[in-house]
Design a protein around this ligand. Sequence first.
Ligand code: ATP
Length: 221
Amino acid sequence: MNCPYKKNCIPPFLAGYTPQNMKIIGITGGIGSGKTEVARVFKKLGAKILSGDKIGKEVVEKNRSVLKKLIRIFGEGILNRNKKLDRRKLGKIAFSSIENRDKLNTIIHPYLLSNLREKIKEYRKKKKGVVVIDAALIIEWGLQKELDYLILVESSFQNRIKRLKEYSGYSQKEAINRIKAQIKDRTRRKYADYVIRNDKDLKELKRKVLFLWERLISKMS
Ligand code: ATP
């Protein structure tokens, strides 16, 4: 079939499948490995997506106790003229050192996780369907125990550096530091049910996700 190789085409027999019991699938992997691209294919297949990045942003923007804690740790320099959070300024300060990044994560992650768990709980009540969690730190949070399947997206060090430089504006040094600050794929592999290797083009990645989805369907039905 040609269809899976075309950019916006999902074969109807794959897109039409809804498991009778709600399935929660985690997608994890290092920075720049391609998690969000994998989640995008699942979205086309009909899954609901919960993005760790998005929930993290919501928490920072909407939760007043988080903002207060951020100001206490990083100072008023993270605010704009209207005393609202300036995400760029926060990013600059918080990612200037590993120590600052850890401080940021310590403040945000408990709120992010409880928000995420709340959303999972709500979806579980719905019974039917698929929810995909796109988050780099699923294993570090210990969240994998609460999921039905965990998919690990892996990509070579060189490819990840290249993507981080091209698409996320990191310098070579920043990209290396960010990758090195995370756990290694060989540790992630201990927890993963499936591994998707993302070292070729996006069409190939999509083909692999569809292949995996077929396998998951046969398990779920
Ligand atoms: P992060 O942890 O930083 O959120 P991620 O694991 O979610 O990263 P993506 O956002 O999916 O990674 O991918 C990073 C960038 O690399 C994106 O711009 C994406 O389109 C691109 N990319 C991912 N995989 C490929 C690929 N196989 N070919 C070309 N570009 C790719």
